[in-house]
Design a protein around this ligand. Sequence first.
Ligand code: HEM
Length: 226
Amino acid sequence: MDQRTLLVRFGMPAIAAGIVLGATLPGVVSGLLAVLAANPSGLPWLFERLFAWLAYLAMTLSVLFGLLLSSKVLDAVAHRPVNFTLHQDLATIGLGMAAVHGALLGLDASMPFSAAQILVPGQAPYAPLAVGVGQAALYLWAVVTASFYARHRTGQRAWRALHYLTFLVFAGATAHGIAAGTDSGRPWAQWIYLAAMTAVAFLLAYRIGISVAERAQRRARSAAAP
Ligand code: HEM
């Protein structure tokens, strides 16, 4: 990996993380200490929700990044391999956060989940259908993310077919968050869901529009050829 790629892959996320942490950490620490003092057993639940939102944001960004990448919009910003690696890294990090989100349910004192209830879709003691959709989305997401790393073995066609599952993951995780989440009634959470769905729908329509126009151009060119 050359120096420029290293800088974009690790340097820029590190700077962004530093800015976000620097701006938010003092408030987060004092908020956590207040929760800890008032209700120490509520901490796993707080972190479970924090990781839920981080996973949802990483997944949405990865989907948006992928759509921008395949529409070639990002080619003007950086080289394709760099953009592709960032897209893959976002998916992998988000998947890890979603796994932590699920695992933390085992530590929640108000409604602890057993290992089987965490792992088997539909077995949750709370909102089994909505949580089951989240569990199914997580497993599908794991398959899509694994296909990034096995791309040279599966070939481009199988990789692309698997990649379409991403839209099912996004729709499933969104439905899951809205139906199971404690924060779904809050305006800020509703704005996040609305912004994510609108952005994905817009870029998907744009991507489909581009490929329809390209196909028509190709057909016209081959019809005009002698
Ligand atoms: C695709 C992966 C997943 C994503 C992106 C995701 C995301 C979310 C989001 C955004 C919420 C709403 C949080 C809130 O309103 O405070 C939520 C709630 C919840 N999720 Fe997930 N989730 C995923 C997978 C899972 C899995 C695998 C499980 C169980 C093993 C699970 C169990 C729950 C539960 C029980 C809630 C309700 C908790 C609460 O809000 O108090 N999720 N999830």
